[in-house]
Design a protein around this ligand. Structure first.
Ligand code: 2RA
Length: 340
């Protein structure tokens, strides 16, 4: 006995990964439906060794379906998630729409799986922002040992976080640098992304931070502990897939770097690659397609009493989005929607 599962936004990068990961992890599916916009109706997408034809989201009846993994923008989610939820289908939403709603659990299963139990208020569970997800996986086991006071994080985010158009822009702009007459002007981003970095993701806020930075602050507080102070600088870099983060942590109590490394080695969802030698660390091209949140460069920050630095890398389409959503579905099934 399994579940009747819907993937909404099945033709996008994240939607396709959701289908891939549901199949890879052999999620107990009795029936699966791939939904897309009317113009993408009939598009074929893979689900393991099966091929699904996308159905029109606008015409779809969610009645009798157990879970819907949403991978569409906030505007469309605002229209369709309530319809699905009202029909009794639990929505696991990857957009930012419901993340900050006190009646909607915001869940990273390695960190706060038990929060899934709160889904009943709106029949909706929110997936965090990709840059938040990998960071809280790294922070939680350390916070449990030495209580985190403050986090300073700089991110190096790949263009796949902006979607397919951005991937094409990086590819074409990079080629254009080498081929006279084929220069490609910025369109997805305000400035050139090829051979460049852009310290601006999402919109600017009143205080000069960006909404991407605000998300990391607010979501970390909701998922782990509202007392943790977070300051973030989010940067777009010319990488196709894989977000990297330089994380500086101040604890209430001293935490030795070797003990921190041992804790992280044992923590769920984490792989530690940390040797003080050439190549003894993870880089984004090596994380693509993996489930793991990788940690490297673990070392004391001797400029403060209880400081630690680390380097964190993960596939932003997987742990940052699709994998986390599927893991939420697994927890929801095991804790709340037991079958047969
Ligand atoms: C980005 N975190 O990387 C945002 C949304 N995926 O663009």
């Amino acid at each position: 006995m399994g579940y009747r599962v819907v993937v909404v936004g099945a033709t996008g990068n994240v939607g396709r990964e959701m289908l891939n990961i549901l199949a890879e992890r052999e999620f107990p599916v009795d029936e699966i439906a791939a939904l897309a916009s009317r113009r993408s109706q009939g598009t074929e997408v893979s689900f393991g060794d099966r091929t699904l034809k996308c159905q029109d989201l606008e015409q779809f009846d969610f009645t009798g379906w157990d879970m819907a993994l949403f991978a569409i923008g906030s505007d469309a989610t605002q229209k369709y998630a309530p319809i699905a939820a009202k029909a009794g289908c639990v929505v696991i939403d990857n957009s930012s729409l419901y993340r900050y709603d006190p009646d909607v659990p915001l869940v990273v299963p390695e960190v706060n799986a038990e929060a899934v139990d709160g889904y009943t208020k709106k029949n909706i569970i929110a997936n965090p922002n990709c840059s938040t997800a990998q960071m809280v996986v790294a922070l939680k086991p350390l916070h449990d040992r030495a209580r985190i006071k403050r986090v300073v994080v700089s991110t190096y985010q790949s263009v796949s976080g902006s979607g397919k158009e951005a991937i094409d822009e990086l590819w074409n702009q990079t080629k254009g640098v080498y081929v006279p007459g084929q220069e490609v002007a910025p369109s997805v981003y305000p400035k050139q992304i090829a051979f460049n970095v852009i310290p601006h993701i999402d919109v600017f806020m009143e205080d000069g931070s960006t909404k991407e930075e605000w998300k990391m602050v607010v979501e970390t507080k909701k998922i782990i502990d509202p007392k943790i102070k977070v300051t973030a600088t989010c940067v777009r870099v010319p990488v196709f897939v894989g977000h990297s983060e330089s994380i500086n942590i101040e604890f209430e109590d001293f935490l030795d770097e070797d003990e921190a490394r041992d804790i992280l080695r044992e923590a769920p969802g984490i792989l530690v690659i940390d040797k003080r030698e050439n190549g003894g660390y993870i880089t984004p091209v090596e994380c693509v397609g993996d489930y793991a949140t990788y940690i490297s460069r673990i070392r004391q920050d001797s400029t403060i009493d209880n400081g630690l630095n680390l380097w964190c890398v993960s596939d932003n389409l997987r742990k940052g989005a699709a994998l986390n959503a599927v893991q939420i579905a697994e927890v929801l099934g095991n804790r709340c929607l037991k079958k047969g």
